[in-house]
Design a protein around this ligand. Sequence first.
Ligand code: FRU
Length: 487
Amino acid sequence: KDWTTPDRYKKYNDWDSEYIEELVTTVTHSPWRLGYHIQPKTGLLNDPNGFSFFNGKWQLFYQAYPIGPVHGVKSWAHLTSDNLIDWQYEGLALEPDTSFDSHGVYSGSAIPVDDKLLLAYTGNVRDDDWQRHSYQLGAWMDKDNQIKKIDEPLIAHPPIGFSHEFRDPQIIPFKDGYLLVIGAQTDKNEGKALTYTSNDLQHWTLNGELNFTDKPMGFMVECPNLVFSNDRALLLFCPQGLDKSICHYDNIYPNMYIIGDNYDLESNSITNPTELKNLDEGFDVYATQAFNSPDGRVLAVSWIGLPEINYPTDDYGWAHCLSLVKELIIKDDKLYQLPAKETEALRLNSITLPESQSIQYDAKTNGYELQIDCQNSNKGQINLMTQENGENGLTISFDTTYGKMIIDRSHVGDGFASEYGEKREFSISQKPLTLQLFVDESLVEIFINDGEQVATARVFPSSKNTHFTINTDAPSSVTYHELRQTN
Ligand code: FRU
């Protein structure tokens, strides 16, 4: 289907039921549907939004265009969970139905206040000349999931000197009031993050440009998120058009982070910031949203998908998924990312494979977790989702003497995004390697050395390719966990 602009902005209800039924059938027959990751029922999913804890449950929303696998007019879809792994779909929560959000309910955050959850989001509006207007909006959700949009914008326009590429508000409690961090662009096309403060969540005062680097941040910063771990500040953000000499990346747009000693309100700065780093070493992570959860952890979810890239599932009427919930920890100036401990409850059968330099296994499904301890090996190669002969899979090769890892998806099923490269090569610690791998039909999440790094890859293999091989220059110990499906 050719998606014209009028198609993309047509009201959901104006699509005839025949089209919708056909879409549902197409998705139902799609290969590559995920077993235990959040995916759209139909159409497109992008950024996680409003990740929070409220009403005794985890609350998570995502950017949704349920009508097709394209970036059409967006809503917030709502999910709740008791355990961060089984998610209950609650339907569309915020739809584009006011003059402040007519062309899309864009990304934002959520924060519990008394017995309600405040949803803060960007209303995207296109005027008659198709010029963009961005409004920062609020809505209150009660314990019955009833939502009431606040009539007037929290922030009605970008500050002077800034364009309407102004979106993705994150509200956090700060000192005696609240802080809002938002992605922005100057009218000279420079990417920035801005902050605002408020005491009552209604009146917001511009605090100005958030200082976290002296380098140019491309033409736009999307989805900035400020969280605190072990008394350190962590800023996650997506600098679009970032010069690769500042920090190398291969994806169309990167998701990056910096760590600072703290956030100082007065100077509006992340103090003593580190250099920029890629949050994920793989192919598809973007728009990660993190929050300081009331249990003391920093929890995060990533969009596994990228803007402006076509994926093979487009032909089946759906696109993209969310990552597992990850716990972020800053220790000794370093960021660690681990699957939330709740993820262990997905395990069904666990098998310790006999230690060997050459392991071959037929998992029979592509829904499992592997823990690999490479102990005495300096070099090795892991092939996932392969044929019986070990060919045509996702290849992970490592050499700890040189501290290198390469992930290659060029031989897996239907290729895509090849103009951005089919391999990712990056540095790893020069010490014995441990890996925790999650394989889910068309997604692999690789946690390296207890969360020192993460590499994520969508892959679209034949469903018959359920074998994996592990070849190392000394025996490795491997535990295989079959995982339960949650979808
Ligand atoms: C990031 C993003 C956000 C925006 C949303 C719209 O992927 O472009 O900046 O709010 O997606 O769906």
